[in-house]
Design a protein around this ligand. Structure first.
Ligand code: GLP
Length: 243
């Protein structure tokens, strides 16, 4: 595993964007696995800046997102579909038909998850998967005690995740209780993983994920077994790492 320490969120975002840019330049028709949350916003802003300068071309890039709330439609401003269009897709020359997010409006979980998993396979897999880290160690929406083998599936969100994500909704009651997410098995098949972590509030869970035992209680700990992981974190997030 390679670890890059950034001094702050902005430097973390720039470094992560550098890594994604390198992927796009080396393989213009690559498959990017993308994430939502506050962690990747700066990374997307940086990519847009380089696109505006003419340094990046998304015309052949394909993307698959990690997850989506079940029950939210595309127009809902809390859906991850909406988030991705707002922060990245509508700001660069990516072809909308080449961007994929699980369909939160499909009520049949088995059908949607099987469709999404097959879609990723048909694209030849993910070249680089961008990940944030949940406060309880989740990646995507794979909550603690998720099986490491699972592919895309429907999850019941934990109270701590609902609590953490309620800041984006009018109230905790408005946070959907379920989501579709790539499973750990799906994530682990990505050829490369790029994990970005920022802030002191994530320091302890980050240390547990990378220096603690590999356990389903800390879903991100499985990344210790991936052969090509890059962690880009700011100093605050790395403050509990033993060197
Ligand atoms: C959500 C997303 C995750 C994300 C996590 C952390 O639950 N499903 O993919 O990594 O939040 O979010 P943040 O970056 O805002 O801390």
């Amino acid at each position: 595993m390679r670890i890059y320490e950034a001094k702050d969120y902005q430097e973390m975002s720039r470094k992560a964007a550098n890594i994604l840019s390198a992927q796009i330049i080396l393989k213009p028709d690559c498959v990017l696995g993308l994430a939502t949350g506050s962690s990747p916003i700066g990374t997307y802003d940086q990519l847009v800046e380089w696109y505006d300068k003419g340094d990046l071309d998304f015309s052949e890039v394909r993307t698959v997102n990690l997850d989506e709330y079940k029950g939210l439609d595309r127009e809902n401003d809390q859906s991850y579909y909406y988030f991705m269009h707002k922060h990245l897709f509508d700001r660069v020359n990516i072809i909308p038909e080449n961007t994929y997010v699980p369909d939160g409006t499909e009520p049949d979980s088995g059908k949607e998850c099987a469709r999404y998993e097959e879609l990723i396979r048909s694209m030849g897999g993910v070249d680089i998967q961008l990940l944030g880290l949940g406060h309880n160690g989740h990646i995507g929406f794979n909550e603690p005690d998720s099986s490491f083998a699972r592919t895309t599936h429907c999850v019941d969100l934990t109270e701590s995740t609902i609590e953490a994500n309620k800041r984006f909704f009018a109230s905790a009651d408005d946070v959907p209780r379920q989501a579709y997410t790539m499973g750990i098995g799906t994530i682990m098949r990505a050829k490369k993983i790029l994990l970005i972590v920022s802030g002191e509030a994530k320091a302890e869970i980050l240390a547990r994920a990378f220096f603690g035992p590999v356990t389903p209680e800390v879903p991100a700990s499985i990344l210790q077994f991936h052969s090509d992981v890059v962690l880009v974190a700011d100093s605050a997030a790395l403050s509990k790492f033993s060197r």
